[in-house]
Design a binder for this molecule. Structure first.
Ligand code: MG
Length: 161
């Protein structure tokens, strides 16, 4: 018998790059640099996509949206997240809640947490109270701690729809 609930975990990291805008959780955050990547490099949405796909055992973001494909060049990751939700639904599951931890030495994310939650909830089609985003530093340890980029961990719960 198929389980009523499925949990999935996702991780993503991107390196900072001068001259790019910083897009996280579907919103643009004012900063001196952005994240490097084939798409808009929204590491928050990418980690959520991997958590959702993982919960449904549907592989990963690279399998569905390969960075060798010109269709995904500079694409807004919102559209990838929408496609991931459709894949999950086709398997018979609906997103229940998502919890995200963003590790960034800079910029300070607190002012952007609620706008990110609102946008992610909109895209997933769930209430904002089903979306948690937490910003942390890593006390100057590791790549994110040295300010080289941003790392994101996410878990997602699905329920049979
Ligand atoms: Mg990514």
């Amino acid at each position: 018998m198929r389980s009523e609930f499925r949990v999935g975990f996702g991780y993503d990291s991107h390196r900072f790059k001068e001259g790019r805008k910083l897009v996280l959780g579907g919103i643009t955050i004012p900063h001196t640099k952005g994240l490097d990547g084939h798409s808009d490099a929204d590491a928050v949405l990418h980690a959520i996509i991997d958590a959702l796909l993982g919960a449904a055992a549907l592989g990963d973001i690279g399998a569905h949206f390969p960075d060798t494909d010109e269709r995904f060049k500079d694409v807004s990751s919102d559209s990838l997240l929408i496609e991931a939700v459709l894949l999950v639904r086709a398997r018979g599951y609906e997103p229940v809640n998502v919890d995200v931890t963003v590790i960034a030495e800079e910029p300070k994310l607190r002012p952007y947490v609620d706008p990110m939650r609102t946008r992610i909830a909109e895209v997933l089609g769930v209430d904002v109270d089903a979306i948690s985003v937490k910003g942390k530093t890593s006390e100057h340890m590791g790549p994110a701690g040295r300010g080289e980029g941003i790392e994101v961990h996410a878990v997602a719960l699905l329920q049979r729809g």
